[in-house]
Design a binder for this molecule. Structure first.
Ligand code: ZN
Length: 201
C-alpha cells in the first residue's frame, strides 16, 4: 500500500461528524427538535455532496481542483434552492403527518446545514494557517480554485488508504465528539419518553 495520501484536511467521516454537531447547535439555538432518524439523511447527503462531485471530476481532469465548482458558495446556493423547491413540492402533495411530508419539512434545513458545514470544514485549516488563497474555492468561478496534490490520486484510493489505517485519521476528535453526542442524545430522548409514558418513579 503506498503512502502518498496527505493525512490533513477533512475526510468523509469528519465532514459527517461536523455536520451533525452543526445541526445540534443550530437546532438548540432555534429551539427545533434535535436531529434523529430522517433528518440525518439529507444532512449526511449534503455533508458529502461537494466532494462526491468535485473529487472524481478533478481526478478525471474535467475541473482543475478537488475543491472547485461544488465547493463554491454559488453551487451551495443553487443546490440548496433546488432541494428546497423539491422538498416543498413533496410537502404540498402529502399531509404533514405522512412520512414524506415530515421529510419534506425538515430536508431544506438539514441539507443546507450539511452542505454549508462541509464548506466551513474545508476552510478551517487554511484560515487557521493564514492561507487565505486556499479558500478561494468559495468564490469560484470569480477566483480560480487552487489545485491540490491529492487531486492526482483516485478519491476511492485515498479513502481506502485512510480508512485502512483509521488511527491516522486527522478528524478523530470531532468524530468522537459527535459519536458521544449522538449516543447521549439518544439515551436522553429514550429516558424522556419513558418518563412521559410512565411518569416519575
Ligand atoms: Zn471538500
Amino acid at each position: 500500500m503506498c503512502d502518498h495520501i496527505e493525512r490533513r484536511g477533512v475526510f468523509p467521516l469528519g465532514h459527517l461528524a461536523f455536520a451533525y454537531l452543526s445541526y445540534v447547535a443550530a437546532a438548540t439555538l432555534t429551539r427545533r427538535p434535535l436531529p434523529a432518524s430522517w433528518p440525518l439523511v439529507p444532512l449526511a447527503f449534503g455533508s458529502q455532496l461537494p466532494d462526491l462531485i468535485d473529487k472524481p471530476l478533478a481526478y478525471y481532469g474535467v475541473i482543475v481542483s478537488g475543491r472547485s465548482a461544488a465547493h463554491s458558495l454559488l453551487a451551495a446556493g443553487v443546490f440548496i434552492a433546488l432541494v428546497t423547491v423539491v422538498a416543498r413540492g413533496m410537502r404540498r402533495r402529502t399531509d404533514s403527518d405522512h412520512v414524506l411530508g415530515r421529510i419534506g419539512a425538515i430536508t431544506p434545513l438539514a441539507f443546507a446545514i450539511g452542505y454549508l458545514s462541509h464548506l466551513v470544514g474545508d476552510s478551517v485549516q487554511p484560515v487557521l494557517a493564514g492561507n487565505y488563497a486556499d479558500i478561494g474555492f468559495l468564490l469560484w468561478p470569480l477566483i480560480e480554485a487552487p489545485r491540490y496534490a491529492g487531486d492526482n490520486v483516485a478519491p476511492w484510493i485515498r479513502l481506502l488508504e485512510m480508512y485502512m489505517q483509521p488511527l491516522t485519521h486527522p478528524n478523530i476528535p470531532v468524530i468522537v465528539t459527535a459519536a458521544v453526542m449522538f449516543v447521549a442524545l439518544r439515551v436522553w430522548a429514550a429516558a424522556a419518553a419513558d418518563f412521559t409514558v410512565r411518569g416519575p418513579h
